[in-house]
Each structure stands twice: as C-alpha cells, then as structure tokens.
Design a protein around this ligand. Sequence first.
Ligand code: GLN
Length: 195
Amino acid sequence: MAASRPLVGVLGIQGDIEKHLAVLDQIGADGRRVLAPKHLEGLAALILPGGESTTISKGLVRHELVEPIVAFAEAGGAILGTCAGAILISREAKNHPVPTLGLVDVTAERNAYGTQLDSFVAEADIDSDPGFIGMECVFIRAPRLSKLGGEIDVLMRVEGEPVLVREGKRLACTFHPELTQDTRVHQALLETLEG
Ligand code: GLN
C-alpha cells in the first residue's frame, strides 16, 4: 500500500493547476503547487499539466526547474505529464520542436490532429488496458506519440493511437484527465508508488 495521502506536486506555471489539485484531494493525495526547486522536496510524484509547451518550457528554465525535475525523476519520483506536459517529458518533440526533459522514450508530435480536430472527446479503445475501458478522453490540440521505446507500456489507445503510456513510474497522457469526473489516470499515477 502507498502511504496514506502521498504528497503530489503540480507544476504551477500554466494549465488546469487547480483542477489537478482538486482531483488529487478527491483520490486521497495532498497536492502542492510547484514553482521552485525547493517545492520538489518530499514529493512522491509530480504532475506536469497541459497548456502550451513552448510557454511551459520557457517557464521551466526561468524557474530553474529543468535539472531538478530530471533529478527528481531519476531518484524515483513518479511523473505524470498531460498533453503539453506529455510533450515536455518526451524524448523529443516534433512539429515546432520544444526542448524536452527526455524522461519517457517516445516522440511527441505537437498539434498532430490538425486544426479541424482542434479539440474532441473520444472513448478509450476496447483493447486498452482493462482498467481504462469506457474512459472518455478530452483532447485539446493534442500531440500524437510515436517511436515508442522498448520499455514503454501502452495503457490506453484511442482509434489505435497510444494516448496513455507508461515507462516505469512515468506516465505520458495526450488528453486532459482533469476535465472529466473520471479519476483513473491520476489513480494510475498513485498506483506507481505502490510498486
Ligand atoms: N498544443 C499544445 C502544445 O503543443 C498542447 C495542448 C494542450 O496541452 N492542451 O504545447
């Protein structure tokens, strides 16, 4: 069992920070907004929300968080990157490349669904991990993940595309799990703490 009420950080530069904190509270974790390296101390996990990856990337540099987040993950801290956050934790970003943290062995192609599909809601494919069947996924100018490394587990697909992948304690999610009532992606982050 994970410790009761693990402490989980939410990168506080941009995005649905309050909504992520509310989900964490709902599933029995304490949340903390992260805007400086000292805010990483004592965290079990860190969430990088969606937003605009170029802006967040610049914020990471400005707040001197790039090396500390990589060190946090390398020391065993769990990570969930959603949408722009998934782009930022990927090995590389394509289509208006942005510097990434290289924590998950995938390529993220930004805005991969084109302007006509700027945002849409879709249900997880039935061959997704059984734990995610029926999940409604909100995509907003979402990236597409490709060139998945050998250590990557695909937990959820939508129309055949990987939309939630895991590499050890690191999760990359191309949609916005904080925008529905379904808490399963956040719970999957907490479950990585149990192993
Ligand atoms: N399109 C954004 C990017 O490339 C991501 C969108 C999102 O996080 N909803 O950074």
